[in-house]
Design a protein around this ligand. Structure first.
Ligand code: 3PG
Length: 205
């Protein structure tokens, strides 16, 4: 995960309600400089949307988000995704991910959850829901006992607070939907999404 995410400060968390939005949305984000895309498996259109992005958008590094079951790991592989993100982590999911050809960024929100994932070999984590679970202060605190771990906080992050996270040395990148807000996707305002992506891609560390 670390190699894949290196150099990408912001990972858009994408919700696809209509298949036809998938390719133009991915193209707008990439044109704005964000090429690692997390497409959540939480809508009926997600599967076909991912299939189309993988086939039709060169340069996109596509991963699945909201991966909660071993079946969704299999689906992610079948779709040709390059990574997977989960909101939390169960032993069943972690065991299935160990057998997978693609990497999982498991979700954690406590030291114990992190330790359980470490037992399966993970060193990189999604911290979710970031703002509600303690925010930047929590990530800073986790860096004491877990100095090798790297964290991708997600949940409640936007331009107003993103630098609190990106300035922490143990933060690898942040995830968020603020670069592809539902109302802009619904209105197919791709230029505005491209601009949001550009602003996000230029955030300094
Ligand atoms: C998610 O997986 O839903 C992310 O946490 C997105 O959170 P956000 O919509 O607050 O950016």
């Amino acid at each position: 995960m670390r190699d894949l995410l290196a150099g990408n400060s912001v990972i858009p968390v994408i919700v696809i309600d209509h298949v036809d939005d998938a390719v133009p949305l991915a193209k707008a984000l990439i044109a704005g400089g964000l090429n690692v895309l997390e497409v959540t498996l939480r809508t009926a259109a997600a599967e076909e949307g991912i299939r189309q992005i993988v086939k039709q958008v060169p340069g996109a590094i596509v991963g699945t988000g909201t991966v909660c079951t071993p079946d969704q790991i299999k689906l992610s592989e079948d779709l040709g995704c390059q990574f997977m993100v989960s909101p939390g982590a169960t032993d069943k999911l972690l065991a299935a991910a160990q057998e997978s050809s693609i990497s999982l960024l498991p979700g954690i929100s406590s030291a114990s959850e992190m330790m359980r994932c470490m037992e399966y070999g993970h060193q990189d984590f999604k911290f979710f829901p970031a703002e509600a679970a303690g925010g930047a202060a929590m990530i800073k605190a986790l860096s004491g006992p877990f100095s090798d771990a790297r964290i991708c906080p997600t949940g409640g992050i936007g331009l107003h607070n993103v630098m609190e996270y990106l300035s922490l040395p143990n933060v690898l990148c942040v995830g968020g939907s603020w670069v592809c807000p539902a109302q802009l996707v619904k209105a197919q305002r791709w230029d505005e999404i491209e601009q949001l992506a550009r602003d996000a891609s230029q955030l300094g560390r």
